[in-house]
Design a protein around this ligand. Structure first.
Ligand SMILES: CC(=O)N[C@H]1[C@H]([C@H](O)[C@H](O)CO)O[C@](OP(=O)(O)OC[C@H]2O[C@@H](n3ccc(N)nc3=O)[C@H](O)[C@@H]2O)(C(=O)O)C[C@@H]1O
Ligand SMILES: CC(=O)N[C@@H]1[C@@H](O)[C@H](O[C@@H]2O[C@H](CO)[C@H](O)[C@H](O)[C@H]2O)[C@@H](CO)O[C@H]1O
Length: 332
């Protein structure tokens, strides 16, 4: 047999094997970062998320309250190593005034659950036309972010909101729209002014307009019982353990910080027993026209001065998906 024929056969076999291998690899890759929705409820194991969280964040987080409590700033002055957004150093007096008029309790509806199934809904464009609404509504705890809407998008993102993380500049002007009557509105404080803002709103004191990068609401019709203050410890560990950001040097001028979504995943791993995510993932940086949200037409350019490293965050999320700490309802 002429050797060229043999070589051609060999090459063909090789190509077939290579194509098959790459397809099967891709499948595996896809399976890992995309989690097809099943009709059955995912089995929930008590303490599972906490076990996973301790592998990533260490055991120090076990003693930390999810929300800040008055007793830790009134009777004792809990010391903090860092300033906002990673700690409360220097903002204690303002914080004390806010804690005196808000609550820190985890609601009975969450507390009484045998196993807490949570989903963190990111604001990403991947939710558009996902038809995940019914799936999202079935979780015990649905965590949403900033001013992301549900009205008009129920089919893709659901309508249940158990917890919403926000800061003054990201607060929806009407907190009654896009939330449920019992939604917990959880303030993520980045600067002392954020505490001052919520205090003036809740106590109807004179509003301060300066000190924000975008005008926050001046009138905000909300029940103080729904407000919680997120423990900045979660921002610290998200920055340190997920992104390896230098927290100490950052004090005063914060350059790099986790996105609110990454913070919410960190929180969920401490609050829940099972954590799923949806709507996470930014376009590639060269994809300048791709819109980033499921609800508005803006691109990555809008985030230029945000102080987020989205490629580093993608690696952190991939790591959590690979180790099985979280599962993804959309692709990644
Ligand atoms: C201009 C600007 O500052 N944009 C920031 C906006 C803005 O302040 C609010 O939307 C309020 O209008 O907020 C941010 O984020 P944003 O509100 O866009 O999105 C919430 C979280 O969803 C995840 N996300 C979003 C889009 C996308 N394509 N992929 C994603 O994974 C991210 O984890 C993100 O945190 C924020 O708070 O983190 C981060 C953005 O940088
Ligand atoms: C020093 C200062 O105010 N910087 C502002 C950033 O905090 C802000 O980023 C935004 O800050 C928020 C906290 O206030 C969140 O971290 C959000 O994810 C992030 O995008 C950008 C937005 O375009 O504007 C700068 O002037």
């Amino acid at each position: 047999m002429p050797s060229w024929k043999f070589l051609a056969m060999l090459a063909l076999v090789l190509v077939v094997v290579m194509v098959w291998y790459s397809i099967s690899r891709e499948d595996k890759y896809f399976e890992l970062f995309y989690f097809p929705i099943s009709e059955k409820k995912e089995p929930c194991f008590q303490g599972e998320a906490e076990r996973q969280a301790s592998k990533i964040f260490g055991n120090r987080s076990r003693e930390q309250p999810i929300f800040l409590q008055l007793k830790d700033y009134f009777w004792v002055k809990t010391p903090s190593a860092y300033e906002l957004p990673f700690g409360t150093k220097g903002s204690e007096d303002l914080l004390l005034r806010v804690l005196a008029i808000t609550s820190y309790a985890i609601p009975d509806s969450i507390q009484s659950l045998e196993c807490r199934r949570c989903v963190v809904v990111g604001n990403g464009h991947r939710l558009r036309n996902s038809s995940l609404g019914n799936v999202i509504n079935k979780y015990d705890v649905v965590i949403r972010l900033n001013n992301a809407p549900v009205t008009g998008y129920e089919g893709d993102v659901g309508s249940k909101t158990t917890i919403r993380l926000f800061y003054p500049e990201s607060a929806h002007f009407d907190p009654k729209i896009e939330n449920n009557p019992d939604t917990l509105l959880v303030l993520v404080a980045f600067k002392a002014m954020d505490f001052h803002w919520i205090e003036t709103i809740l106590s109807d004191k004179k509003r301060v307009r300066k000190g924000f990068w975008k005008q926050p609401p001046l009138i905000w019709d909300v029940n103080p019982k729904q407000i919680r203050i997120l423990n900045p410890f979660f921002m610290e560990i998200a920055a340190d353990k997920l992104l390896s950001l230098p927290i100490q040097q950052q004090a005063r001028k914060v350059k790099q910080k986790p996105t609110t979504g990454l913070l919410a995943i960190t929180l969920a791993l401490h609050l829940c027993d099972l954590v799923h995510i949806a709507g996470f993932g930014y376009p590639d940086p060269y994809n300048k026209k791709q819109t980033i949200h499921y609800y508005e037409q803006i691109t990555l350019k809008s985030m230029a001065s945000s102080g987020h490293n989205v490629s580093q965050e993608a690696l952190a999320i991939k790591r959590m998906l690979e180790m099985g700490a979280v599962k993804n309802l959309t692709y990644f």
